[in-house]
Write a protein of this length. Structure first.
Ligand SMILES: Nc1ncnc2c1ncn2[C@@H]1O[C@H](COP(=O)(O)OP(=O)(O)OP(=O)(O)O)[C@@H](O)[C@H]1O
Ligand SMILES: O=P(O)(O)OC[C@H]1O[C@H](OP(=O)(O)OP(=O)(O)O)[C@H](O)[C@@H]1O
Length: 212
């Protein structure tokens, strides 16, 4: 049974988790390494008076908005796309990448082009602001396939090293924004568990020197 004062933390499974747990350890929070490759979904961390809820990254803001997690860690890309009612507390500076418009090098403008992406809201807003009418096609992964097989003229997706683009003969055309992971909080938890959340923010920002 977890202590009811324990902070419930929605942790993204996958690429962010290792970087996030490393940052927590650097900030002096004793997160056991045994869980790094675990399939357990609820991980008590009594040493830090926390409980980790291991979530699919895109679902983290939902758990936090509904208050089943007090705080969470999520990429800015997901925050922009999901637009949930949560507080964004801190830029953790991890999982750095960027959101870009990508296409084939011989891309030519067409009327009402098709744009494939996981980030339908972000892409729609971007092209609307650019005054360009596009048809957005929502995909869930391997987005780079879309221009290669003629599903879309361009894509909006994440670029980190550029390796995926290079290996598939694609080029980055415009960058929408830089992405890092953020610490977010439920609005009620932020008031009720303010001391614990603030202490965590202070410890983390001392490590990253980047309080927002
Ligand atoms: N190539 C990348 N390099 C660094 N960070 C990335 C990269 N791609 C995505 N990210 C960041 O990591 C977050 C999580 O990505 P990850 O691939 O683990 O989740 P996902 O795309 O939802 O995968 P899955 O569908 O397997 O759950 C993204 O929301 C983004 O902030
Ligand atoms: O610039 P790079 O270092 O090559 O990284 C970029 C790739 O990483 C992400 O894909 P991910 O591995 O999450 O796969 P998926 O989106 O196809 O599931 C992103 O969607 C790009 O495809």
């Amino acid at each position: 049974m977890t202590d009811s004062t324990a902070l419930k933390v929605a942790m993204p499974k996958g690429r962010i988790y290792k970087q996030a747990s490393k940052l927590f350890r650097q900030a002096g929070l004793p997160i056991p390494e045994d869980f790094d490759d675990s399939r357990k979904l609820i991980i008590p961390v009594p040493e830090a008076n926390m409980e980790f809820i291991m979530a699919k990254p895109v679902d983290v803001p939902t758990y936090v908005e509904y208050g089943v997690a007090d705080i969470g860690i999520v990429g800015k890309d997901v925050l922009m796309e999901e637009n949930k009612d949560v507080y964004e507390l801190l830029d953790l500076g991890i999982a750095k990448c960027r959101m870009s418009v990508i296409g084939l090098p011989d891309w030519k403008p067409v009327i009402n082009p098709r744009v494939a992406t996981k980030y339908a809201n972000v892409a729609s807003q971007y092209f609307r602001e650019q005054g360009q009418q596009v048809e957005v096609i929502k995909l869930n992964g391997s987005i780079e396939l879309a221009p290669l097989i003629g599903l879309a003229d361009r894509i909006v997706d994440m670029v980190e090293t550029g390796q995926t683009l290079k290996e598939n003969g694609l080029v980055e055309m415009e960058t929408l924004f830089q992405v890092t992971s953020r610490l977010i909080a439920n609005r009620v938890s932020y008031r009720l568990k303010n001391t614990a959340i603030q202490e965590l923010c202070d410890r983390l920002s001392a490590m990253i020197g980047a309080a927002v």
